[in-house]
Ligand binder design. Structure first.
Ligand code: PLV
Length: 378
């Protein structure tokens, strides 16, 4: 029997990926064990994960679980896999990209300033505390008090500026100029996209060599997750897998831009999914939406649909996520996937769906009932 650790260059002590080979073997799901082919398959998957992760040797994010959802699979008629980014230490996928960016900037930085709807800030506060570098997080007044407290608990200096993220961002850019702080965008930087891309490499490794998704479902705010997912799909050779990019009405800057064929800036953010509330999508995300190298299907749901998705997910999967994530889940619960199949934009016989459960900290039972009340009376 071959042993994993006897392969040249392979060490089960590799710091960032030490659990991956074990997880891969578990996920291969074989009844007759052919250890040589398992080791070879595992080795090639492990190598592609390593290649995709580049030099992200020491990182702050974790390899999140990939769970099969029986309830969602039943609804869609194909297997649904959930990439549980809500279980990241900062509560969302943001830690992947923000963590990587902060690591790269650390040696040149006397302190960071991050503008955020909440989750990029949570990620920045977490990683800067771990790195021992001071951080100022600028958030708009729409961010719940509980998030302000959690940011402070991470040791960050918190400033509340303006009504929406764009206002907070203007203040962050001002502090970069006046105080010489290093700017951490919540979504618009190639190093952020590289960090986010690791979630696709991980999902590919968990799925194993014989499973390729029929589509990836994600939410879009400023477009950083979208750019990271495209990069991840490139890294694992899945550029033929379409992305369903979900937004809510009133935070739909990508959809508005796709419809008009040029980058559009929204007048205001009227959605309650505040973490999708960038008025303008980043240029790279818009460029991907227009390019022939990948299919990006831009879809919009109402706030009520996003909230209904949050509640259904809580009831069926026993996991609480914020409305920004509810937009993705609504693609399943509100029939967007079925409609896209009926319209011929997704195949009728769909391969498994990969749903990125982006997570989010802007939610708790109190916030959930506030949102329910607000949206009932809207
Ligand atoms: N939230 C950013 C931007 O807010 C932030 O500062 O936290 N899902 C969740 C839970 C998010 O927090 C975000 C972004 C997204 C999805 C969308 O990601 P993006 O911005 O990379 O498209 C204004």
């Amino acid at each position: 029997m071959s042993s994993l650790s006897s392969r040249p260059g392979f060490s089960l002590d590799t710091p960032n990926l030490d659990q991956t080979p074990v997880q891969l073997i578990v996920n291969l799901n074989v009844s007759l064990i052919d250890w040589d082919s398992i080791v070879l398959t595992t080795w090639s998957l492990f190598s592609s994960v390593q290649a995709a992760c580049g030099n992200m040797a020491e990182h702050f994010h974790i390899n999140t679980p990939l769970l099969e959802s029986a309830a969602m699979s039943k609804r869609v008629g194909t297997t649904v896999y959930l990439k549980m980014e809500n279980s990241q230490p900062s509560g969302s996928f943001k830690i992947r990209g923000i963590g990587y960016l902060c690591q790269q900037l650390k040696s040149r930085s006397k302190g960071f300033v991050c503008s955020s709807g909440g989750n990029a800030g949570m990620a920045a506060a977490y990683v800067t505390r771990k790195m021992g570098v001071p951080a100022t997080i600028i958030i708009p007044s729409s961010t719940p008090h509980s998030v302000v407290q959690r940011l402070k608990d991470q040791g960050a200096h918190v400033k509340i500026v303006g009504k929406v993220w764009d206002d907070a961002n203007a203040e962050a850019l001002r502090l970069v100029k006046t105080e010489g702080l290093s700017y951490v965008s919540p979504f618009d930087h190639p190093l952020i996209w590289k960090g986010h891309s690791s979630l696709i490499a991980e999902a590919a490794a968990s799925l194993g060599p014989n499973v390729k998704p029929g589509a990836v479902l994600i939410s879009v705010g400023g477009g950083g997750l979208l750019c990271g997912v495209v990069q991840g799909l490139k890294d694992v050779g899945w550029m033929d897998v379409p992305i369903v990019a979900m937004e809510t009405v009133g935070a739909d800057c990508l959809n508005a831009s796709v419809k008009t064929g040029r980058i559009v800036t929204l007048d205001d953010i009227t959605s309650e999914a505040k973490c999708l509330g960038a008025k303008t999508v980043c240029t790279k995300a818009f460029e991907y939406s227009q390019s022939n190298e990948i299919t990006i299907i831009s879809e919009v749901v109402t706030d009520k649909q996003a909230l209904h998705a949050v509640e259904t997910f809580l009831d069926e999967e026993r996991v609480l996520v914020e409305m920004a994530c509810g937009a993705t889940l609504a693609a399943v619960y509100s029939g967007v996937v079925h409609r896209l199949q009926a319209e011929g934009r997704l195949p009728a016989l769909l391969d498994p769906l990969l749903v990125i459960v982006c997570g989010g900290s802007n939610i708790d039972t109190e916030q959930l009932s506030i949102l329910k009340h607000k949206l009932q009376t809207k």
